[in-house]
Design a protein around this ligand. Structure first.
Ligand code: SF4
Ligand code: FES
Length: 248
């Protein structure tokens, strides 16, 4: 396949960025999107040019670092996949592909296609944990019975990989889907009940401090989420939050 890539280039956080055009040839439909960018970067390096910076780690849909906006969609045109799992067979010979970083005030561009998503880390650090006494013998995993339905829902919420596609998809750049997944995974379990009020209040407060927008229920986040995190988590977080603030 021959493609034309329109890629956002930006030398640093304060530099003025802009789109640059790069033709690529010899792209196989079985290549992943990141492998296609590897082909481009090899060509640029061979020509003595600076390669395009993009974030990646696992290349298996696990780490959530391959955050690219492809033709206006976070993680591109496929559903339930990250950019590293997106295959080039989703595109046609002769296509022009527009590749940009995730756009949100709380995700500033570091270089080219790489954004700083440490705002998510700070939300997580504000309450996304359970305090346990780790001295003495390890508690048996089955010591606390948990309803299967609750355990499954908690597990599904915990599959959020923190990629940020929900923020990039939202017209308000809201982080409600991410934060609610991180709140829900504990709120659904008895182990999470002890710190429930403190957790939801602190995580929501941090989310607002980071400059994410409000949720207006458009649902774009759920559609673009590569892990299928449900909007039900946002409803659960709102209930948790209302009950925490009414308790005072
Ligand atoms: S909720 Fe989905 S889109 Fe948002 S960070 Fe988690 S995995 Fe990514
Ligand atoms: S590189 Fe880890 S999810 Fe894509």
């Amino acid at each position: 396949m021959k493609l034309t890539l329109e890629i956002w280039r930006q030398e640093g956080p304060k530099a003025k960025g802009g789109m640059k055009t790069y033709p690529v040839d010899g792209i196989d439909g079985d290549m992943s999107f990141l492998e296609m960018l590897d082909v481009l970067n090899e060509e640029l390096i061979n020509k003595g040019e600076i390669p395009v910076e993009f974030d990646h780690d696992c290349r298996e849909g696990i780490c959530g670092s391959c955050d690219l906006q492809i033709n206006g969609e976070p993680h591109g045109p496929d559903r339930m996949v990250t950019t590293c799992q997106l295959h080039m067979r989703k595109f046609k010979d002769g296509d022009t592909i527009i590749i940009e970083p995730f756009r949100a005030k709380a995700f500033p561009v570091i270089k080219d296609l790489i954004v700083d998503r440490s705002a998510f880390d700070r939300i997580q650090q504000a309450g996304g944990y359970i305090s346990v006494n780790t001295s003495g013998n390890t508690v048996d995993a089955n010591a606390t019975p948990i309803e299967k339905e609750k355990a499954d829902e908690s597990f599904y919420a915990a599959t959020c990989i923190g990629c940020g596609a929900c923020v990039a998809a939202c017209k308000n750049a809201s982080a409600m889907l991410f934060t609610s997944a991180k709140v829900s995974q504990f709120a659904l379990l008895p182990q999470g009940e002890v710190e429930a009020s403190e957790r939801v209040e602190n995580m929501v407060k941090q989310m607002d401090l980071e400059g994410f927008g409000n949720c207006t229920n458009t649902g774009a986040c759920e559609i673009e989420c590569p892990k299928g995190i449900s909007l039900e988590n946002i409803a659960r977080m709102n209930r948790e939050y209302m009950s925490a603030v009414s308790e005072g």
